[in-house]
Design a protein around this ligand. Structure first.
Ligand SMILES: NC(=O)c1ccc[n+]([C@@H]2O[C@H](COP(=O)([O-])OP(=O)(O)OC[C@H]3O[C@@H](n4cnc5c(N)ncnc54)[C@H](O)[C@@H]3O)[C@@H](O)[C@H]2O)c1
Length: 340
């Protein structure tokens, strides 16, 4: 897999008239309302398609409707050396990436992430996705964008709640990168930390680009339980991941992998999440866990955290251990995530 080129900009990129003609833009329609000057900028692209962001965009129905729409309205896109530019948060990125990787057997992809979550995490690493029957990311491809535009003016119009949602994935990357920068990171400095966060994610991705060696699995830290909370409680992805990381680090401490000092520091670093969620029933949790494509009735490879000796460069290291579903449920119950 070729690493994407990152282009850091203050304002929206300029394209020549020829490039604009060859670009099929898929953009979150909400941006025309939120970002000053965006409506004028986007109106210069003859093939720009507004979409409604969210999980329903990542469905087979919306994919097939979209392909038919493009086929009817932009039949010349391949001949004009076309490329796809996805502008929006993670849902628009996942959808645009899947579309680009499959339409006409593949068109070059560029992304312009507009939420902190997508700028920090989802735009990088080449995963595209659609959902199936309400289960997340069941269909997808590995198809990295050749260019990713990180535009400060687009990102800084977001409200506090989207910053909050990004914190989960940023915290994950900081912990996976050895935990050193969890001592200096704060929520007010998202733009300045972007290059570091992207670099840290690529370190994992490039060791295992197609997820065949198991190394990239570390990026699932906090996601096993996080995905359940996202689906069952309707939390945002980032908020759910934050809770999932808390569960993982408590379990790591309980198993004596993580020192008390590191556990306490990381709990403090993760901070409090806005709304607390009530516990789930065991039946509900089991049903959701079994939908996770990484879990089967025998169990899963859970991402734990380990404290390293005080002399080592990185203080914390992720590692995997097979756990059974009953073990996972027992620990969830012990930590109070399940109704007793
Ligand atoms: N491919 C990957 O590696 C990967 C990794 C993590 C998450 N994801 C996916 O990313 C998605 C979640 O990401 P997200 O929260 O960015 O998705 P999103 O696209 O649903 O955006 C969240 C909300 O923010 C709005 N928005 C977008 N840009 C804005 C801006 N600049 N100002 C104000 N509002 C804006 C959107 O309209 C939407 O309502 C999920 O579908 C998740 O599965 C993918």
């Amino acid at each position: 897999m070729k690493r994407s080129e990152q282009i850091f900009l203050r304002k929206l990129p300029r394209f020549s008239a020829k490039d604009r003609k060859a670009t099929l833009v898929i953009f979150d329609h909400i941006l025309t309302k939120w970002v000053p000057g965006f409506s004028t900028w986007i109106s210069r692209f003859p093939n720009a398609y507004p979409v409604k962001a969210g999980e329903s965009l990542k469905s087979l129905r919306s994919y097939s409707d979209f392909c038919e729409r493009v086929s009817r309205t932009a039949p010349d896109i391949r001949r004009s050396n076309g490329r796809v530019l996805g502008i929006g948060g993670g849902s628009v990125g996942d959808f645009s990436g899947f579309f680009a990787s499959t339409y006409l057997r593949g068109l070059p992809l560029e992304l312009l992430p507009t939420t902190w979550l997508s700028a920090i995490d989802s735009a990088h690493g080449g995963k595209t996705a659609l959902n199936l029957l309400n289960h997340k990311n069941q269909i997808g491809t590995f198809y990295p964008a050749r260019k990713i535009y990180l535009v400060r003016g687009m990102l800084e119009v977001q409200g506090k709640s989207l910053e909050e949602q990004a914190w989960g994935e940023l915290a994950k990357i900081a912990i996976l990168d050895g935990g050193k920068w969890t001592y200096s990171l704060n929520r007010a400095s998202l733009w300045s930390v972007l290059p570091q966060a992207i670099e840290a994610k690529w370190k994992w991705v490039l060791q295992d680009p197609l997820e065949t060696k198991g190394i990239r699995h570390a990026l699932n830290l906090g996601h096993t339980w996080g995905h359940v909370l996202e689906a069952a409680k309707g939390l945002s992805h980032g908020e759910a991941v934050l809770r999932g990381i808390r569960f993982a680090l408590q379990w790591s401490f309980e198993k004596n992998y993580l020192s008390e000092r590191d556990r306490n520091h990381l709990i403090q670093f993760l901070g409090s999440s806005r709304s607390e969620t009530g516990p789930l029933s065991r039946k509900q949790a089991t049903a959701h866990l079994l939908r996770d494509k990484k879990i089967d009735p025998k169990g899963l490879r859970f991402v734990f955290l380990k404290s390293k000796s005080s002399g080592s460069k990185n203080k914390i290291k992720p590692f995997f251990e097979s756990v059974t579903l009953p073990q996972l449920l027992k620990e969830l119950e012990r930590q109070g995530w399940l109704k007793v």
